[in-house]
Design a protein. Sequence first.
Length: 160
Amino acid sequence: MQNFCGLCVKKILCVVVLSTVCFTSGCLLPSDPGPTPTPAPPIPTPPEDTKIVAIANSLSDANREDCVKMYGMFTAFSKYVKNGHKGIETTKQMLDVWKEALNNFGWDNEQYPKFTDAVESELKNSGLEDPKPMSEAKTSVVEAFELIAAGCKHAASNAQ
């Protein structure tokens, strides 16, 4: 009987020791934290592209409404060219259509002379000064107008 009771005590002691080890290991070892929380959205930062910043700066004296108008016009025209530029075969024709669109929209090129200069500079830098077939210049035209649109958008976000 003593052997039987000693065996019971040893079993109980083993259970207590194993329970204690299991309990403490659960407390000491890190548990699964679960899914990682999603980080907060980043705070918008100004674009790092110096051309976009330069275009935005050229509109520093423009009101928000004018910046938004120009953003819309440049975005629409870049999409027009990207989607096939129906009826326009050369860059000269494209620039003529662009000037006509500005006139129809009632945009005064002299209203923001720094912006007008920045646009002309970007179009020249994109190689659009020399007449070319649109099939060759399409990508350059789209990139130039999208860049200018991005500058207008940045200016609108900073305008009063």
